[in-house]
Design a protein around this ligand. Sequence first.
Ligand SMILES: NC(=O)c1ccc[n+]([C@@H]2O[C@H](COP(=O)([O-])OP(=O)(O)OC[C@H]3O[C@@H](n4cnc5c(N)ncnc54)[C@H](OP(=O)(O)O)[C@@H]3O)[C@@H](O)[C@H]2O)c1
Length: 325
Amino acid sequence: MIGQGCWQIGADWGEVSDDSARSVLEAALDAGVTFFDTADVYGDGRSEQLVGAMRARRASAGAAVSELPFIATKASRRADPFAPETFTEENLRGWVERSRTNLAMDTLDLVQLHCPPPAIYRDDRVFDVLDALAAEQKIAAWGVSVETVEEALISLEREHLASIQIILNPFRLKPLDQVLPLAAERGVAIIARVPLASGLLTGKFSPQTRFAENDHRSFNRHGEAFDQGETFSGVDYETGLAAVARLEAALEGEMSLPEASLRWILAQPGVTAAIPGASREEQARANAAAGSEPTAEQAAIIGRFDTAVHETYDELLRESIHPRW
Ligand SMILES: NC(=O)c1ccc[n+]([C@@H]2O[C@H](COP(=O)([O-])OP(=O)(O)OC[C@H]3O[C@@H](n4cnc5c(N)ncnc54)[C@H](OP(=O)(O)O)[C@@H]3O)[C@@H](O)[C@H]2O)c1
């Protein structure tokens, strides 16, 4: 399925007003999106509050609980995200309480650890707290959002793990090797984030494109503020443009690059959802449309695109991406 990433409506992507954030969310809902991914740190709670208000509007318009969108949030980056000692029971419980308030939900649908320090993946204490929160019905399920394949594989050893969120797109193929097959075997959901490589995989950028100062595509290209992989999937911008040109040429105008990228992700066995972010209503609508069941013709295009994706990855990207993430 296509979900909707909600980082854009929090912060770090240039200015998005409350009105336009609301319109983007409503456009996604009206287009049939039922899965929204947010985090307590996106705009320090702003994204969660906007998503919670959207859900509350649907509820007060008469939607049954089963008809309300599924909301995934994330916790653990409010204190120093690089310090394992901040992962105390008190902090974890406090972060979840704040998300319950922001989202106006008694039971959170899904709480994901938000790219915690590597040591946390082996810390039973942290996962015991998540299990306790589930037993208390403060959260329905928990998962992890990871930076690396190695972190995903360690997480897959946890019995109650519901989901793994990982960067997976035509520039990030490593999860296909082991993570997807193992997750499918264990019944763990895979949430593919950064599916458009921060917009690079829309084909709309050029060497001349300039981003706002408060947009991470200006200030985090080399990992200055958070993991480099979260900006353009960690691909060097010029190399990314060259890869985009090859992928677009392979499509021969038969399908747009963002649609092909999203359909390609959804076609990978084991993927549960791709969660493109959107800063405009029309983006939300276009992305939602890419979640429709592919026709035979669309499936054939994606089959040909797959060959180009693997060739481009092997020739331009594998060397810098595969060993790192
Ligand atoms: N650590 C984590 O757990 C983590 C990290 C990163 C992201 N995420 C989650 O993953 C979600 C998605 O990742 P992302 O937002 O970083 O990257 P993304 O989805 O790859 O790229 C989003 C950007 O692509 C452009 N775009 C989207 N749809 C488009 C369309 N149909 N046509 C043209 N342009 C389009 C927009 O750029 P413009 O704004 O320039 O128009 C948008 O801001 C986030 O919202 C968040 O929920 C989680």
